[in-house]
Design a binder for this molecule. Sequence first.
Ligand code: 5GP
Ligand code: ZN
Length: 113
Amino acid sequence: MSDCIFCAIRDGQLPATKLYEDEHVLAFYNIQQITKGHTLVIPKQHHEAIFDLPPETASHLFSVVPKLATALKESYSCKGLNIVNNNGRIAGQTVFHYHLHLVPRYGEEGIYS
Ligand code: 5GP
Ligand code: ZN
């Protein structure tokens, strides 16, 4: 099994609830939901952080984000949504496979909770 958790999820070696998948991108629920619907979006190719991300990978990844954000807004009836991306341990990154957090916001929680 891959020693990267997100590569293992991509390869079906670890379970995850997937919301979206195409040739290059995978979106699945975060195991620890900051708010209801908290989703992670990853490039299927392993890149550690934004510093390593090829522009074409970033371009495709970001092209699907508006659709995912809209789908989350419609499914969860959230009032807003944060997109968060931690790069490097000092910036709070804990899984070193590039990913975006999509965090639906409902209004009852603090903005950084
Ligand atoms: P980071 O702190 O690197 O920005 O975010 C990593 C995220 O990955 C964390 O919010 C954590 O909850 C999530 N995570 C860690 N292990 C797993 C896992 O096995 N499955 C899923 N779905 N999410 C995970
Ligand atoms: Zn990986």
